[in-house]
Design a protein around this ligand. Structure first.
Ligand SMILES: Cc1cc2nc3c(=O)[nH]c(=O)nc-3n(C[C@H](O)[C@H](O)[C@H](O)COP(=O)(O)O)c2cc1C
Length: 303
């Protein structure tokens, strides 16, 4: 008999976004302000690039990660960077866009420490680790392009937070249990994410977000990614407790088509869609989005 495959987490996540509906409120409405303050800097939008890697640029030419950084600069958004070479990070830094660099959980600790140091020297906005990349899909330690990975203990994360002068962000938090540990470690932020479906059948970020937001209780920023495709998706995440959202695969199409301007266009379009929802829900700014605006398709309010 054919074995059933486990459910695809990206599909479950998309379905959950579409389960959530938004009520409208117009009386006392104002033009919305999408400005975001983060780590002492001001951005035009809470819609950010995602920590991507190995990207080809416009029409398959050039470095897609650098073009993404230029796109973030053009759109006034926060840039993120995933795995890459020292030269790539230096080129990204030359764009002068505030960038959050996510370091892989390398088994070789010296790689982590030198990446932390380079991020500081290049003036990164923050630094972090995608802790969800420590295991492979067969329950072994992961290996990314020949680099062995391993998981981190709470004590090790605590040590990174103490060691670096930058906010240290833990990427790949999908449980209030881990969120509590991140607070204990002194993390400067978390990314609620399943790394575009790194494990099948996992809970959608937005389903677990309210519980995580209760644990975090406004003490550090909460970033959310996975499947954010438009401004209503971003609005739902913000209403449920996200400080900001990251957009990965949706930006990749923009880069392939039109490089840095293509990446900027995706961020600008999602931001405009977000503003449209904020305007029609009496949400004046990012700090005043009422979670009771959200409904489930079954006719009950979500919160
Ligand atoms: C091509 C590609 C490369 C990625 N590389 C990294 C990486 O190096 N580090 C990391 O933390 N996440 C990486 N990610 C995961 C993204 O940061 C993000 O968590 C994920 O794509 C979900 O967001 P999305 O649905 O908007 O794409 C990568 C994703 C893609 C599609």
């Amino acid at each position: 008999m054919k074995r059933e495959k486990a459910m695809d987490s990206n599909q479950i996540t998309r379905e959950y976004f579409d389960e959530i509906l938004i009520e409208m409120r117009h009386i006392d409405g104002v033009l919305p302000d999408t400005t975001m303050e983060l780590y002492g800097k001001t951005f035009r939008t809470p819609v950010m690039m995602a920590a991507l890697s190995h990207l080809k640029g416009k029409g398959g030419e050039g470095d897609g990660m650098v073009q993404m950084a230029e796109g973030a600069q053009l759109s006034g958004a926060v840039n993120w960077a995933g795995m890459g070479s020292d030269e790539q990070f230096a080129a990204i830094a030359r764009t002068e866009v505030p960038t959050i660099r996510i370091i892989k959980p390398y088994a070789d600790e010296s790689l982590v420490l030198s990446a932390l140091e380079q991020a500081e020297n290049l003036g990164a906005l923050a630094v972090g680790m995608d802790i969800d990349h420590s295991f492979s899909s067969r329950g072994e330690y992961d290996n990314v392009l020949g680099f062995p990975m391993r998981p981190r203990t709470l004590k090790e994360i605590e040590a990174y937070c103490r060691r670096t002068s930058l906010p240290f962000i833990v990427k790949g938090v999908l449980s209030p249990v881990d969120a509590k540990k991140c607070l204990e470690a002194g993390a400067g932020g978390i990314v609620v994410s399943h790394h575009h479906g790194i494990l099948p059948t996992v809970v959608p970020p937005l389903m677990v977000l309210p519980e995580i937001a209760e644990v975090i209780h406004g003490q550090i920023p909460i970033f959310v990614d996975c499947g954010i495709m438009n401004g209503t998706d971003a609005f739902k995440a913000l209403a449920l407790g996200a400080t900001a959202v990251s957009v990965g695969r949706a930006v990749m199409g923009g880069i392939a088509e039109n490089g840095s301007q293509g990446a900027a266009n995706v961020i600008n379009d999602i931001t405009a869609e977000l503003a449209a929802v904020m305007a029609r829900t009496c949400s004046p700014d990012l700090h005043h989005i009422d979670p009771s605006l959200l409904w489930k398709r079954d006719g009950k309010r979500l919160r």
